[in-house]
Design a protein around this ligand. Structure first.
Ligand SMILES: Nc1nc2c(ncn2[C@@H]2O[C@H](COP(=O)(O)OP(=O)(O)OP(=O)(O)O)[C@@H](O)[C@H]2O)c(=O)[nH]1
Length: 324
């Protein structure tokens, strides 16, 4: 594959080229990997989109929300890309076609680009793939990138390290339970949106929202937040109610962070985080290659049989790497 023309057409915003480019970065083949790196290098990182992470358990209405919210944005002339972090196996209705059919109108919108979830299961791989897909969407000139996750396992952490704003989507709760939402996820949220605030569900949605607003006030204040954030609000993705207000909140927060320098600082920290992750992956990969692999196996055996201690055995292997 010739990379230069692909990089060029991608940068003109061509969606088919973007789709091909993402397929390339998703590939596990060594020759594709080399081309993917060449492509990422060629397109650079000169353009920035607003990256919005969206997390919510299955059934809260993420697809409905993304469809309505995405159409609101494209209606304002914004170009919107939608990426899913979780491998399709982790989704309830998960199939490659699933994502697009669930966001049917948005997927037909010329200003939108929807990338279905990959099917690979390994989180490290998914993190890298999503990060590179984000970079490609930015290079293709998208204004807003929505990064969706069902919030299983480590996926929210991946999203938090990729996005500028993190939104937690919830459904109205029946009782006074805080829906078992993990504190860690709440601590990442910039905005909690309680969806389905319509019809019979509206009173429950308002109650749930008040509960979460109360819970958010108890969290430790973060330096990257202006007064009053993080916030909880109600929306109805189905009736497209409250979405403009939610968007105004997101913009206000993003503008404030830009003006205060938090935006740039955070992007820098994120880049550093991914550098460390890549290094870690690379080092682990070295352990899988001979002759190190055989030595690791032998040292592991020695530890198991009590001939060596975990520390001494690890030192042996590390000393080897130092010498290499
Ligand atoms: N009343 C009401 N129902 C909604 C709203 N948004 C979504 N729903 C319904 O909730 C159900 C789940 O919506 P989806 O958008 O498929 O939810 P999801 O979170 O993407 O679910 P998964 O695909 O399982 O992850 C569907 O029956 C929607 O019609 C809303 O604002 N109000």
């Amino acid at each position: 594959m010739d990379i230069a023309p692909l990089a060029h057409s991608l940068q003109t915003g061509d969606r088919r080229s973007l789709a091909r480019a993402i397929t390339l970065v998703e590939s596990a083949r060594a020759d594709h990997r080399a081309q993917a790196l060449e492509l990422l290098q060629a397109v650079g990182n000169g353009k920035q989109a607003l990256r919005i992470g969206l997390s919510g358990t299955p059934g809260v209405g993420k697809s409905t929300f993304i469809e309505s919210f995405g159409l609101l944005l494209t209606g304002q002339g914004k170009r919107v890309a939608v990426l899913a972090v979780d491998p399709s196996s982790a989704r309830s209705g998960g199939s490659i076609l699933g994502d697009k059919t669930r966001m049917e109108r948005l997927s037909r919108d010329p200003l939108a680009f929807i990338r279905p979830s990959p099917s690979q299961a390994q989180m490290g791989g998914v993190a890298r793939r999503t990060r590179e897909a984000v970079a490609l969407c930015e290079a293709a000139g998208f204004d807003i990138i929505l990064i969706e996750t069902v919030g299983v396992g480590q996926s929210e952490t991946v999203v938090a390290e990729l996005c500028d704003l993190f939104i937690l989507l919830l459904a109205p709760a029946g009782g006074d339970e805080l829906q078992g939402v993990k504190r860690g996820i709440m601590e990442m949220a910039d905005l909690i949106l309680v969806n389905k605030a319509d019809g019979d569900l509206k009173p429950a949605a308002l109650r749930t929202c008040a509960d979460y607003a109360g819970a958010l006030r108890l969290l430790r204040k973060r330096p990257q937040d202006p007064p009053g954030y993080p916030k909880a609000m109600t929306v109805s993705a189905l009736e497209q109610d409250g979405l403009e207000t939610a968007w105004a909140e997101m913009q206000a927060l993003a503008d404030w962070r830009r003006a205060q320098g938090h935006w740039a600082t955070r992007r820098g920290q994120q880049a550093q985080h991914w550098f460390t992750e890549e290094l870690r992956r690379g080092l682990l990969a070295v352990l899988e290659v001979e002759p190190t692999r055989g030595i690791v196996a032998a040292e592991g055996q020695a530890v198991a049989e009590g001939r060596s201690t975990p520390e001494a055995a690890a030192r042996q292997v590390l000393a080897l790497l130092h010498r290499a």
